[in-house]
Design a protein around this ligand. Structure first.
Ligand code: MG
Ligand code: MG
Length: 623
């Protein structure tokens, strides 16, 4: 697959964009005219730079308001286009993108439109150039690739072909079957963008909300699979207009773009197998979260240990050579890493005591690592002590780490690396069984990137985005989850500077794990035990319980029990959800104790109550 991206998709100067695009591994680049107009670099020098970087200039775009213009304007338009042909030759590309006319002056006269393109074809052919016609979803008379294709057929000139753009087609719900009507040899290039499904005008939707394949909801796999089945072999080129990406690092967005194309072509190959062989192993299937690693320094370890104790955890092992302790409760392992000169120590220096790594149990670690490599996710390693096991590890999101343990032989790590702690007091388990979900908070700009990381690496699906009301602004939340629930991660971000998630980022100096939800099979037994152990829970106002009664008619006994232990409740068509929230550790992260009775979501209905309670508590602390 020949990969390409339009310069408009990322931030920076033209040169920095080109360098970032080359570094990410793209084969080609579309030069967006504005990026050239605003640059100090001449078209000739930009062409030379692309060649030096090993990038092919796939096309120059856009040429607007071309076809069907009044006679008085026509000569000027052809004069303008000849100048753009000059620029193209300096850049070193032979393809110009002409998008369908949006001018009120444009005529719908088909004969005139066809004649304009025929003349353009003649002029282009004289110079060895080609022109591709793209239907904009908001074009005045041509807003559908089927109509653009019928015009290209009527023009019938070898220098005039079609340009497809997945957003333009899919935003208008044009059936992918219609792609089968098009001669693939006449498709000069295919531009790709995904997007969330929104109810808004096409132009605003396209200009601000496009995103990378896999980050949105459009049927892109089907779109591309249909084209490849038809015999299309040309470039797949990202053309993403998104404010979030333009305020992010060019390097990171370019890398995400390349990862998104790899992920897309992997999905397409699986769809078309055995005709096309997938290059990557399948997405990794996660059995569960095997451990959560906390970074801490000497001063913080004791506080962290006392929190773990009040949650019903016991110290169960000590690392053979390092200052690393294992705390355990049923199927949950917490690791406290206090080893000097380690990754964890550096992480602690940056963020304070917090979650620095997750260990997930996957089926076939070797495949997971190969897939990570193919997605340009780097491996991580640090010096090993004598007799230590290499736990395969890759760079996670937000500077954290992600370890892989082999499903079914997780105990190897604990048996090899840790010595059981003798005589540690069994302080009484609180019935917490496993990690249910991990909530991560990140900058709004980072959210789509983290989403792509998880969906491309792991066999997970994404839930729709939900908006949660914080007392001081809106928070966007979206989850990735595996079918059997082995991996559930919620991603949360906010554009308001005062929401709890925004203040988390300020206090945390970056993005990271904000809460960990631990599952119990009996919320009331666990709540009672946690109270005995001294866990401080977040107080929930009486008004909430009165509203619960009004909404669900739970009955006085159940309601009194919920209120007694500050347990939040939700119910939907799948089942019931009970959850309580601990006070935050150093305002940095907190625990949730949850019981699912058939329920599959995350209690978003209660998030507003929880955020208000946390905000109140936090403000009290601040005072
Ligand atoms: Mg386009
Ligand atoms: Mg939660």
């Amino acid at each position: 697959m020949f990969t390409s991206i339009a310069t408009v998709s990322i931030s920076g100067t033209l040169e920095s964009k080109l360098r970032a695009i080359a570094r990410a591994g793209f084969n080609g680049v579309e030069i967006f005219e504005n990026d050239l107009l605003t640059s100090q670099v001449s078209a000739r020098d930009a062409g030379a730079l692309m060649r030096d970087l090993g990038l092919e200039c796939t096309l120059f775009q856009p040429f607007r308001d071309f076809e069907g213009m009044p006679d008085t304007l026509r000569p000027r338009i052809f004069e303008r286009i000849e100048r753009k042909f000059d620029v193209m030759q300096e850049l070193g590309t032979d393809l110009l993108l002409v998008c369908s006319n949006v001018s009120p002056a444009a005529s719908a006269d088909r004969g005139r439109i066809v004649a304009d393109f025929r003349e353009l074809g003649e002029r282009a052919a004289k110079r060895g150039l080609r022109v591709g016609y793209e239907a904009l979803a908001w074009g005045r008379h041509v807003s559908d690739h089927r109509k653009a294709w019928s015009i290209v057929l009527d023009v019938d000139h070898p220098a005039i072909g079609l340009i497809l753009d997945s957003f333009q087609s899919l935003a208008r719900n044009i059936p992918n079957e219609s792609l089968r009507e098009i001669d693939p040899a006449r498709i000069f290039i295919v531009q790709l963008a995904d997007a969330p499904v929104l109810q808004m005008d096409f132009l605003s939707w396209s200009r601000h909300f496009r995103n990378m394949p896999g980050q949105g909801e459009l049927p892109l796999v089907d779109y591309v699979a249909t084209l490849l089945e038809q015999g299309y072999t040309g470039a797949l080129s990202l053309e993403i207009f998104n404010d979030r990406f333009r305020s992010s690092s060019a390097t990171a967005v370019a890398l995400d773009g390349h990862r998104a194309l790899n992920f897309l072509s992997d999905q397409v190959a699986r769809r078309l197998a055995p005709r096309i062989a997938p290059e990557l192993p399948p997405r990794a299937r996660v059995r569960g979260v095997e451990f959560v690693e906390f970074a801490a320094n000497e001063g913080e370890v004791e506080q962290l240990e006392s929190l773990f104790t009040t949650l019903g955890f016991s110290r169960s092992g000590k690392h053979r050579t390092k200052d690393v302790m294992r705390w355990r409760q049923n199927g949950i392992n917490f690791v406290i890493n206090n080893e000097p000169d380690s990754f964890a120590r550096a992480y602690d220096g940056m963020h304070g005591a917090s979650v620095c790594a997750l260990g997930v149990s996957v089926e076939n670690v070797a495949n997971a690592l190969r897939r990570a490599e193919g997605l340009q996710i780097e491996q991580f390693s640090q010096p090993l002590g004598p007799g230590e096991l290499v736990i395969p590890c890759v760079h996670g999101v937000g500077g954290s780490l992600l370890y892989f343990t082999e499903a079914g032989s997780e105990s190897a790590v604990w048996d090899t690396e840790f010595v059981a702690v003798q005589g540690s007091p069994v302080n009484g388990n609180a019935g917490l069984l496993r990690v249910d979900h991990v909530a991560q908070t990140m900058q709004h700009e980072e959210m789509l990137s983290w989403l792509l990381y998880y969906v491309s690496l792991f066999d997970v699906s994404k839930t729709p985005v939900v908006q949660v009301a914080d007392p001081l602004g809106l928070v966007q939340s979206q989850a990735i989850e595996s079918a059997e629930g082995g991996l559930r991660i919620t991603l949360n971000a906010s554009t308001s500077s005062q929401t709890l998630s925004a203040r988390f980022l300020q206090g945390y100096h970056g993005a990271g794990v904000q809460h960990i939800a631990l599952a119990t099979a009996d919320i009331f037994a666990s709540a009672r035990r946690l109270r005995e152990l001294g866990l401080a829970t977040l107080p929930i106002p009486r008004n909430y319980y009165e509203d619960l009664e009004a909404r669900f008619g739970l009955g006085e006994t159940l309601l009194a029990q919920l209120a007694e232990f500050n347990i939040l409740y939700d119910r939907d068509t799948d089942g019931e959800y009970f959850h309580l929230v601990s006070r935050a550790f150093a305002k940095r992260f907190f625990f949730e104790v949850i019981e699912r009775r058939g329920y599959r979501a995350y209690g978003a209905a209660n998030a507003t109550i929880r955020l208000a309670a946390q905000s109140r508590y936090r403000d009290d602390l601040d005072r």
